[in-house]
Write a protein that binds this ligand. Structure first.
Ligand code: DAK
Length: 257
């Protein structure tokens, strides 16, 4: 697929997807979402990639779904477009996704950040769920993921007032991992991607899967799920290599098998 709304760059064992609709602050139109899903699914199958970075530019990660594209839609148009299916596909990506955020991450942009696994923000990043100001509400996980991340009263305040909040606030409330000066946010995301890419990929994959499982299960079945993934890793060459290398006091060489 030839992309026009995103670019994809592969470096050593990780890839970066950058939104390219700068003229509209990377508003997430249907084409961009389609290209994003296609790129993520392709990279998920690519053995040369072990972590994926999602980023925009200094001014905007993404200022939300494309309002102009939705403005005249009927409920049936929205239903038939079935855009949620694309978001579900993003949720099912197995490799770790790191968001590198600067500028606006609003509405669907903030929701996209929340589907990522690790979030690095620049000091100038601005987050929010301002859908209420245009007569709607979050529709891609904003009421659910945000509430799990920041708790009920904060989520109520953010969603019902539509207020924009800073990177420091997002950090303090547990929505993101790190805030760095604007010149370093992408570099820092790349450092994290490189570090994860240096780990055994199957263990990374099964650990991500187990953490995500905790969102939709009881502690009992979550622990059961975790245990099964843990046992499964003993069927991997990387487990044998990792433990042998430890005993032999050398660096492990991962095969991803
Ligand atoms: N959609 C379309 N165009 C947008 C946009 C957006 N969300 N945000 C900005 N733009 C465009 C502006 O229209 C302007 O285009 P021109 O007028 O130059 O043609 C250009 O980007 C620059 O924006 P501004 O001139 O407004 O720039 P400022 O720096 O003055 O203001 C701002 C920046 C971010 C405060 C402002 O642009 C703004 O308030 N933007 C809208 C933010 C917003 O309300 N976001 C939430 C949108 S609703 C779904 C999944 C998710 C969603 C829906 C459905 N399904 C799975 C079905 C999500 C919904 C949303 O995100």
């Amino acid at each position: 697929m030839n992309y026009t709304t995103i670019s994809v760059t592969k470096e050593n064992l990780y890839a970066t997807i950058q939104f390219q609709r700068t003229e509209v602050l990377n508003a997430l139109n249907m084409q961009l979402m389609q290209e994003l899903v296609d790129a993520l699914e392709t990279l998920d199958k690519d053995d040369e990639v072990r972590a994926i970075i999602l980023t925009g530019n200094e001014k905007a990660f993404a200022a939300g779904a494309d309002i102009k594209e939705m403005a005249e839609a009927s409920a049936m148009d929205m239903l038939n477009r079935d855009q949620f299916a694309r978001w579900d596909k993003i949720r099912k990506i197995k490799k770790p996704i790191i968001a590198a955020v600067s500028g606006f991450a609003l509405g669907g942009g903030c929701e996209l950040v929340m589907t990522c696994d690790i979030v690095v923000a620049s000091e100038t990043a601005k987050f929010g769920q301002p859908e209420i100001n245009i007569g709607v509400m979050p529709g891609a996980g904003g009421t659910q993921r945000l509430t799990r991340a920041v708790g009920k009263v904060k989520a109520m305040e953010i969603v019902l007032t539509g207020k924009i909040f800073s990177a420091q606030e997002a950090l303090q409330w547990g929505l993101i991992n790190k805030v760095v000066p604007v010149e370093y946010y992408l570099k820092e995301a790349k450092n994290i991607a490189k570090e994860i890419a240096s780990k055994p990929p199957i263990a990374v994959r099964l650990a991500k899967e187990a953490i995500l499982k905790s969102f939709d299960t009881t502690i009992e079945s979550g622990l059961e799920f975790e245990r099964k993934n843990f046992y499964l890793l003993f069927a991997s060459d990387d487990q044998k290599e990792g433990m042998k290398a430890f005993v032999e006091k050398r660096k492990a060489e991962w095969k991803g098998k």
